[in-house]
Design a protein around this ligand. Structure first.
Ligand code: NAD
Ligand code: UDP
Length: 346
């Protein structure tokens, strides 16, 4: 039977997760039909309820592992999406150091399997979730897409570098395939409706969920890891990007590929704000935005942290026509509203 590929249908792997669910909302709002595949290893099916409450549409959901070839074949047989956004991966840096095989197996096999079936089934566009971690401890800041990648400092970072290379080489070898890697800086916040947000399991590794859990009384005290870095206030500098702004970047990148506007078959874009913010500034910003005093202390540096990294976003601004729009204070309010909502706090 002749298959009609649907350019308005997008497969979102890892779509019940934090960034995937926000991206599903923006895709649906932009008129795309969304098919989500997720094995729920780090997310909850209830995020689909949130997406539905915000958009009025419930994405099609397939519970499956992207490394499972039989399941992926059934998926490609069943749905005629032309584009894939590949979020599905494990993402905890510390855990990747303790259990490298788990990370290499999941993060590499999932992208290999997806790419293999995209080639076999003649699907054209893939957007990959990369990370600022590929830059490591960069010599020059802010980093541009041409800043040389440094050797990865964790198995997780290694999987992002290797997946970028696999994508680049596969696109180069298949004239019908286009790929974009988005290098996310530090995604934070939640949808302003508080219907979807981040649901970290156990003790959060990331700064903002740790802050909101401390504010909610779930954690006693936030540790600020290091105040002796060569930065203006001694704490690390990062580029915190609102998750809804980040989600919008996926929509414009998909539109770039589906409308044939890519300048070359494989492209890379930084997705950040371009503004360095220190840990202490972020903590103060959270306190001011929400009228809360946080319990925090200075703690030793955390192994593997770089002193500073932030994005030069010129390429995304000019080529994608995308800009980070939300104010940091609004983002920090959304994070706290989400935490209160899931904890049932006033
Ligand atoms: P998340 O854990 O909330 O979402 C990932 C989703 O993928 C989860 O729902 C999980 O259940 C699913 N998943 C994992 N392995 C799977 C598999 N083999 N098959 C099917 N589903 C699978 O994480 P997130 O924060 O939304 O991150 C999404 C992507 O963005 C990841 O690739 C991550 O590495 C990348 N990224 C995240 C950040 C960040 O700070 N959140 C920064 C840079 C890059
Ligand atoms: N951080 C901190 N306390 C925490 C968690 C994080 O001081 O409990 C700091 C961390 O050292 C880094 C910044 O916050 O400088 C952002 O860390 P996160 O883990 O959120 O993201 P990363 O930049 O490591 O990907």
């Amino acid at each position: 039977m002749e298959r009609t590929i649907n350019s308005k249908m997008v497969l979102v792997t890892g779509g019940t997760g934090y960034i995937g669910s926000h991206t599903a909302v923006e895709l649906i709002n932009a008129g795309y039909e969304v098919v989500i595949v997720d094995n729920l290893s780090n997310s909850d099916i209830t995020s689909l309820d949130g997406v539905e409450r915000i958009t009025g549409h419930r994405p099609t959901f397939v519970e499956a592992d992207c490394c499972d070839r039989d399941a992926m074949r059934r998926l490609f047989e069943s749905y005629n999406f032309d584009s894939v956004i590949h979020f599905a991966a494990f993402k905890a840096v510390g855990e990747s150091v303790a259990e490298p095989m788990k990370y290499y197996r999941n993060n590499m096999l999932s992208i290999l399997t997806i790419l293999e079936f995209m080639c076999e089934y003649g699907r054209h566009n893939i957007l990959f979730s990369s990370s600022a971690t590929v830059y490591g401890d960069a010599d020059k800041l802010p980093v541009t897409e041409l800043t040389p990648r440094k050797p990865a400092t964790s198995p997780y970072g290694n999987t992002k570098q290797m997946a970028e290379d696999i994508l680049r080489d596969t696109v180069a070898a298949n004239s019908s395939l286009r790929g974009i890697a988005l290098r996310y800086f530090n995604p934070i916040g939640a949808h302003p409706s508080a219907h979807i947000g981040e649901l970290p399991r156990g003790v959060p590794n990331n700064l903002v969920p740790y802050i909101t859990q401390t504010a909610a009384g779930i954690r006693e005290c936030l540790s600020i890891f290091g105040d002796d870095y060569p930065t203006p206030d001694g704490s690390c500098l990062r580029d915190y990007i609102d998750v809804v702004d980040l989600a919008r970047a996926h929509v414009v990148a998909i539109e770039r590929m589906t409308s044939g506007r890519c300048k070359c078959p494989y492209e890379v874009f930084n997705v950040g704000t371009g503004n360095p913010v220190s840990v202490m500034e972020l903590v103060r910003g959270f306190e001011q935005a929400n009228g809360i005093k946080l319990n925090y202390k200075i703690a030793p540096r955390r192994a593997g942290d770089v002193a500073a990294v932030w994005a030069d976003t010129t390429l995304a601004n000019e080529e994608l026509g995308w800009h980070a729009e939300r104010e940091l204070s609004d983002t920090l309010r959304s994070a706290w509203l989400w935490e209160r909502t899931i904890r049932g706090l006033k």
